[in-house]
Design a protein around this ligand. Structure first.
Ligand code: GCU
Length: 427
C-alpha cells in the first residue's frame, strides 16, 4: 500500500487539534496534505478466492458499520405494479414505463415510482443505466406524461411551493439527464426520486423507509444503521429487482450511476449489490470516491456536520480522526471489482478532491488485477478530457460540479467497451 510521507509524524499527530482550532476550515492546499497510510484491501488475501470468500464481506461490513449503516434485507415480496406503458414517448423515440413499488402495507407507507425509457428501435433486450434523481422524475425531461412527485421536494424558491412540486419544475434537471443521447446510443434509462426512499433533510427519517424496518419498540436508528444514502442505495436494489423482471431489459447489463450525493449512493449500491454490471460515480467526492485520509476539500467532519442524515451515526466519530477509520474509499471502489467502474471528476470541483478520487481508483486497482482485469491504466491524474478507459475508467472534465453530456458520453463509451455479461451473476 502507498504511504505518503510529506508531513512528519509529529505534524500528523497535531492535525486534529489544529483543525479544531481553525473550526475545520476546508483545505485546498496540496502541500498541506499530511502523511497517511491507506488500509490495504488485500490484507490477508493470498488469492482471488480468499477475496471472494472472506475479504469482500469483511470490507462490506466495515463500510456498513462505520460509514453507510447496515441495511435490512428486503424480504421476498416484490411489490411492483405497472402503472403505464407508452410506445410513443420522447417524440416517438422511446417506450416509457411507469412502475410503482409499494414497500409497506398501509396506503401511505413509502412507495417508489420508477421511470423507465427504452429505445424504441431496439432489436434485443437493452442495457440500462439506473440512477436516483434529486427532485422528482418529472424534472428529468419535459415529457408531460410524467406525474409531478407528490412527495416533499427541496424548496429553492422556484421549483416548489411549500415543498410540493409545481409544473414549473418540469424538466428543470434535464441538462443532467440527456435522455435522447442515451437512447440514441442504444441504452435505456431508469430513475426514481430520492425522496421516495428518504426525503433529503434532517427531518426525513419519519417519511423514509427506515421505520418500516424498526424492531418492536424501536423509534430511531441505531448508530450502525442506515441513513439516507443507505436508503437510496437500497432503493436502487429494489429498482434492480424490477429490472430483472422486465423482458425489455438486459438484466446482465444494468449500470448503476449517480452524480454527487447520488454518486456516493451509486458506489455504495454497486459495492453492496453485485447484480449491477457496472458502477459509475460522477463528482461523488467525500463519502464517495475521494479518499477520506487526504482531508482535502470536504472532510468527514464537514459532511457529517452539513448532512448528518446521509451516513450512519458511527461515521461521526471519525471527524478529525480519519486515520482511525478501518476503511478508506479506495476499498469501496475495490468492492465493485471485477465489474467495470468509472470515476468522473471535474476540474473546478475542488471540494470533491479530484486527486483524492484518482488515488482511490489507483489504490483499488490491485483488487481489480487480482480478479483478472487490466485494472487502472494511469499513474497520474490524466489531463482534462483525456479519459482513461481501462476496466477502472477515469476522467477530469473542464468545468464545475455537475454531470454533463460529455460525462455521459464517456460512461457510455466505457459501457460499450466493458459492460459485458456480468461476471458476478450466477444466472
Ligand atoms: C454538497 C455536499 C457534497 C455533495 C453535494 C451534492 O455539496 O457537500 O458532498 O456531493 O452536496 O450532492 O450535490
Amino acid at each position: 500500500m502507498q504511504t505518503l510521507t510529506r508531513r512528519t509524524l509529529l505534524q500528523t499527530a497535531a492535525l486534529p487539534f489544529a483543525l479544531r482550532a481553525q473550526g475545520s476550515k476546508r483545505s485546498y492546499d496540496e502541500s498541506k496534505v499530511g502523511a497517511y497510510t491507506l488500509p490495504d484491501p488485500l490484507k490477508g488475501v493470498p488469492n482471488a478466492d480468499a477475496w471472494r470468500k472472506h475479504r469482500r464481506d469483511e470490507l462490506l461490513q466495515l463500510f456498513a458499520d462505520n460509514v453507510y449503516g447496515r441495511r435490512p434485507n428486503p424480504g421476498s415480496h416484490q411489490p411492483f405494479e405497472d402503472v403505464a406503458v407508452d410506445d410513443n414517448a420522447i417524440g416517438g423515440k422511446a417506450r416509457r414505463k411507469l412502475v410503482k413499488a409499494r414497500f409497506g402495507k398501509a396506503p401511505d407507507d413509502p412507495s417508489m415510482d420508477l421511470l423507465l425509457y427504452l429505445p424504441k428501435n431496439r432489436k434485443a433486450q437493452v442495457p440500462v443505466f439506473l440512477g436516483v434523481n434529486f427532485r422528482g422524475n418529472h424534472t428529468i425531461t419535459l415529457d408531460p406524461a410524467i406525474p409531478l412527485t407528490p412527495k416533499w421536494v427541496y424548496n429553492n424558491g422556484k421549483a416548489a411551493v411549500n415543498n410540493r412540486s409545481t409544473e414549473s419544475s418540469r424538466g428543470t434537471q434535464a441538462n443532467q439527464w440527456p435522455v435522447e443521447q442515451i437512447l440514441a446510443r442504444g441504452y435505456g434509462l431508469a430513475t426514481f426520486y430520492a425522496g421516495d426512499l428518504f426525503p433529503d433533510h434532517d427531518g426525513g427519517y419519519d417519511a423514509s423507509v427506515l421505520p418500516l424496518f424498526y424492531k418492536k419498540g424501536q423509534s430511531r436508528r441505531e448508530p450502525n444503521e442506515w441513513g439516507a444514502i443507505g436508503a437510496w442505495a437500497w432503493g436502487l436494489s429494489r429498482a434492480m429487482d424490477y429490472l430483472e423482471t422486465d423482458s425489455d431489459v438486459d438484466r446482465h447489463r444494468v449500470a448503476v450511476i449517480g452524480h454527487s450525493r447520488m454518486g456516493k449512493t451509486a458506489l455504495w449500491a454497486g459495492a453492496s449489490d453485485a447484480r449491477f454490471a457496472m458502477v459509475v460515480s460522477n463528482c461523488s467526492g467525500a463519502g464517495g470516491a475521494a479518499l477520506a485520509r487526504r482531508r482535502f476539500g470536504e472532510s468527514v467532519k464537514d459532511i457529517n456536520r452539513s448532512f448528518p442524515w446521509w451516513f450512519c451515526e458511527n461515521y461521526r466519530s471519525f471527524a478529525d480522526n480519519e486515520d482511525a477509520l478501518p476503511v478508506d474509499q479506495h476499498e469501496l471502489l475495490a468492492l465493485c471489482a471485477p465489474r467495470p467502474l468509472y470515476v468522473g471528476t471535474a476540474e473546478d470541483d475542488r471540494g470533491a478532491d479530484t486527486k483524492g478520487q484518482f488515488l482511490s481508483a489507483l489504490n483499488a486497482a490491485p483488487v481489480y488485477k487480482l480478479l483478472g482485469t487490466d485494472g487502472f491504466g494511469a499513474n497520474e491524474v490524466p489531463a482534462v478530457h483525456k479519459p482513461v478507459m481501462t476496466t477502472i475508467g477515469f476522467h477530469v472534465r473542464t468545468g464545475r460540479h455537475d454531470i454533463t453530456p460529455y460525462d455521459w458520453d464517456q460512461y457510455m463509451n466505457h459501457a460499450d467497451l466493458h459492460m459485458r455479461h456480468n461476471p458476478e451473476r450466477k444466472s
